[in-house]
Design a protein around this ligand. Structure first.
Ligand code: NAD
Length: 471
């Protein structure tokens, strides 16, 4: 199958692939060459997809949760069969290095699916309090709108809980990286998901995404993307009383406290800031270090950045591939240039980058004020800004000064101190002393980083409405 799916523009509506007359070429950011064609769906096709989903809503919603979980397990199996193809496709359309594509894109997404396939506790879906039976009903048709940076993971964290909750979905992947979504839907077909339960309408945000958000039969919008677009989506949803989940941008702080292992903290923060070429919403892109160790931290960060291998994403030794597009690279360069113009120290290794592809040099930015643009705005490229702090209270205040609140890290001499500081951070995720990512824990943002949560039971809850039945 599958390569044929992106040799001509198709959408998936009501259990069938349908030809679409408008298309968009998908480009490999490492070669700048076209690698496939995605459909560019118009509002009429969006309407057909939403109606197909609405037709499937009653029977899918009434399907026992165990059967819905079995369908997710079958989807997991089908995606495992396609693992290498998924990796290759993500390398090709995102430019993610092979190791990143395998570990951070595909395997995490597979783990999320498996986790939801195992969540069938009947006590979660229905419980009794006093004379009430509280039932978690499916919310209805869910529109899933995703960005290009993690095209499989971002879809799976919506699709898996939506399916388990009993919601049919209409998927609108990002224009720049829609091919992985075709593989996901192809797997859903082989997993025998009922017609109408999963629908796919690739296309632009302004037309296809907008039609989906406005559609009266869409009950819930789960949106991951930029804060600017998230605000628009939320206001349209509010006018129509639709539920909305927003996973938006970030400018997450990694705080190193006095007595913490500086070298380990700097290394982990550089890795976080440059994961997926810095195109990760929860990346730690501000490193706050004790003022007395600022110069040492700058030099360690510069050394660690210089050690990263930038180049061919298909080479297993590569740490950073290209950025997603020429426009994204220009945006990153403009932000760094503006920082430089206001006196920032820009530390880069001046490597020889490939002549073709949207590659960029990872950089450390030092000697800026916390109020400068580079210290406040999301860059979405491999840029780490270092800021000094004057003790624990100052570090907390500085971390919380951001309008965003998505990720974060605390490096402390003791876990107790790390935990105490973490509790005071206004952000959705905090890792103390390099703790591991936990896919059963809620993920989401405070403030400009969004509303609602993905992952875990909190992520499942987003796709349900509570009903109390008194007897
Ligand atoms: P984007 O906001 O431009 O687009 C995201 C999606 O929304 C795309 O599918 C796009 O086509 C669609 N869209 C655009 N305009 C729309 C409209 N008017 N109506 C409906 N849909 C519309 O974001 P992007 O550039 O693709 O992704 C990068 C951004 O995503 C970054 O800001 C990043 O921080 C954020 N992000 C957040 C998370 C998170 O979990 N919080 C995860 C990944 C990315």
């Amino acid at each position: 199958m599958t390569r044929a799916l992106w040799e001509r523009p198709v959408a998936f509506v009501g259990g069938a692939w349908v030809d679409v007359d408008r298309s968009r070429a998908v480009v490999d950011p490492a070669t700048e060459q076209p690698i496939g064609t995605a459909a560019d769906c118009d509002p009429a096709l969006v309407d057909a997809a939403v109606r197909a989903a609405a037709s499937a809503a009653a029977s899918w919603g009434q399907t026992p949760a165990e059967e819905r979980a079995s369908a997710i397990a079958r989807l997991h199996t089908e995606l495992v069969r396609r693992r290498e193809q998924l990796v290759d496709t993500i390398v090709a359309e995102v430019g993610a290095p092979l190791r990143t594509a395998r570990d951070a894109h595909v395997d995490v997404a597979l783990d999320v699916l498996r986790w939801y396939a195992e969540q069938v506790d009947p006590g979660w879906f229905e419980y009794t309090i006093g004379n009430s039976r509280v039932v978690r009903q499916p919310a209805g048709v869910a529109a899933c709108i995703t960005p290009w940076n993690y095209p499989l993971y971002q879809l799976v964290v919506k699709l898996a809980p939506a399916l388990l909750a009993g919601c049919p979905v209409v998927i609108k992947p990002a224009e720049l990286a829609p091919l992985t979504a075709y593989l996901l839907v192809d797997a859903a077909v082989d997993a025998a998901l009922p017609p109408g339960v999963v629908n796919l309408v690739p296309g632009s945000g302004a037309e296809t995404g907008d039609a989906l958000v406005r559609h009266p039969l869409v009950a819930l919008i789960s949106f991951t993307g930029s804060t600017a677009v998230g605000r628009q989506v939320a206001s349209l949803a509010a006018l129509r009383c639709k539920r909305v989940g927003l996973e938006l941008g970030g400018k997450s702080a990694s705080i190193v406290l006095d007595g913490a292992p500086l070298e380990t903290a700097v290394r982990a923060t550089v890795d976080s800031a440059t994961l997926n070429s810095g195109q990760t919403c929860s990346a730690w892109t501000r490193l706050l270090v004790p003022a007395s160790r600022y110069e040492e931290a700058v030099s360690l960060a510069g050394r660690d950045m210089a050690a990263l291998v930038v180049g061919d994403p298909r080479d297993v030794r590569t740490d950073l591939g290209p950025l997603i597009s020429a426009e994204q690279r220009r945006r990153v360069h403009d932000l760094v240039d503006r920082a430089s113009a206001v006196g920032a120290r820009i530390i880069r290794a001046d490597r020889a980058l490939p002549a073709v592809g949207y590659f960029t040099e990872p950089v450390v930015v030092a000697d800026v004020d916390a109020t400068t643009e580079i210290a406040r705005e999301e860059v979405f490229g491999p840029v780490l800004t270092l800021l000094p702090h004057h003790g624990q209270e100052d570090a907390i205040a500085s971390a919380n000064a951001s309008p965003y609140g998505l990720g974060g890290a605390v490096w402390a001499a003791t876990e107790a101190q790390g935990l105490a500081v973490a509790r005071r951070l206004r952000t959705g995720q905090v890792d103390v002393n390099g703790a591991e990512f936990n896919l059963a824990a809620p993920f989401g943002g405070f403030g400009a980083s969004g509303t609602g949560r993905e992952l875990g039971l909190a992520g499942l809850e987003e796709y349900t409405e509570l009903q109390a039945i008194q007897t």
